[in-house]
Design a protein around this ligand. Structure first.
Ligand SMILES: Cc1ncc(C[n+]2csc(CCOP(=O)(O)OP(=O)(O)O)c2C)c(N)n1
Length: 295
């Protein structure tokens, strides 16, 4: 993938925003926010050289807290508009950010087709295992039986096995990070941004206000870096086992990566051999020509 480089590179302050922060104290969003900025800075990508797309949710409020080109869209729809931008200019690094509520309920169909189509974008799942912005309702990833806002008796549904589901769709990149390990998450995101196709990055994050079951300390005690323990991201069977078996310890790092599968843009026959991007080919036209037949 071609990433525009500039030898001078940006600084963290270039990604700063003057908007006041509305996240709760100790929210995992702070760690993810920092890692995204660090990854872009370390890759020498300036704020005007990337597009950051946000779903609606607590995590989506990051759209106000980061400099550069940002798009804040509808709940559950971050993948379609991120993909549209990428297809229009596939030299642009595009990062889509979504919550577990939106991504595994309202927007789950988009996630399925993004993995299947291998769209060349990064998808960061802010996984706080609940609907945070609307005050702590259960998401599809909340553990069965957990008492949540509007479910005082505990939620009756089984938890969606998200990682097994993702692996069933034959992804080309799956990683898991933890909002409390910013250096590791930065490395994961750098690899994800350079990945050829769709990069799914599940980030387990603390939500001190509504998630009282997978707290920061809970995650800190269980998460381990699988790559440091010798896991090879080419080993699909081991990757799936590490991703899905979280009963004792939780594997983090680059769990699976396959660079051999062409991405969606590479498969588009009409775009093959084109030296230009769609954004360079558009021209201004008078839209009234489309209404003439109706006037
Ligand atoms: C189609 C639609 N459904 C529901 C909502 C209401 N809504 C807005 S944010 C939100 C919760 C988001 O939860 P999640 O996606 O997990 O992100 P988090 O806030 O936890 O970061 C909901 C239900 C909406 N705006 N649009």
């Amino acid at each position: 993938m071609s990433i525009p480089l500039d030898s001078s590179g940006p600084l963290m302050k270039d990604y700063a925003s003057t908007q006041a922060c509305t996240w709760c104290d100790a929210c995992g969003d702070y760690g993810i926010w920092t890692a995204i900025k660090r990854a872009l800075v370390e890759l020498k990508i300036h704020p005007w050289q990337a597009l950051l797309c946000f779903d609606v949710g607590c995590h989506g409020n990051m759209a106000d807290k980061i400099g550069g080109y940002r798009f804040h869209g509808l709940h559950g729809r971050v993948i379609p508009f991120a993909t549209g931008a990428k297809i229009a200019n596939n030299k642009l690094p595009v990062i889509a950010v979504g919550g577990d509520g939106a991504s595994f309920s309202e927007g789950v169909g988009h996630l399925v087709h993004a993995i299947r189509s291998n769209y060349p974008i990064v998808f960061i799942l802010h996984n706080n295992a609940n609907y945070g912005l609307t005050t702590g309702q259960a998401s599809a990833l909340t553990p069965k039986g957990q008492k949540m806002n509007v479910s005082p008796n505990g939620i009756p549904e089984r938890t969606l096995p998200s990682m097994d589901f993702v692996f069933s769709l034959e992804p080309t990149f799956v990683a898991r990070g933890f909002s409390g390990d910013i250096p590791q998450l930065t490395q994961i995101l750098k690899t994800a941004i350079a990945h050829r196709g769709f990069a799914f990055v599940d980030v387990l994050q603390s939500c001190p206000t509504y998630n009282h079951f997978a707290t920061h300390d809970f995650l800190l005690e269980r998460c381990f870096d699988a790559n440091k323990e010798g896991h090879d991201p080419k080993d699909l069977a081991k990757a799936r086992q590490l991703a899905t078996d979280t009963s004792k310890r939780i594997a983090t790092g680059i769990l699976y990566q396959n660079e051999d599968v062409p991405n969606f843009c590479e498969e588009l026959v009409p775009r093959q051999g084109k030296a230009t991007q769609l954004t360079e080919e558009v021209r201004c036209i008078d839209p009234s020509i489309f209404y003439e037949d109706f006037i």
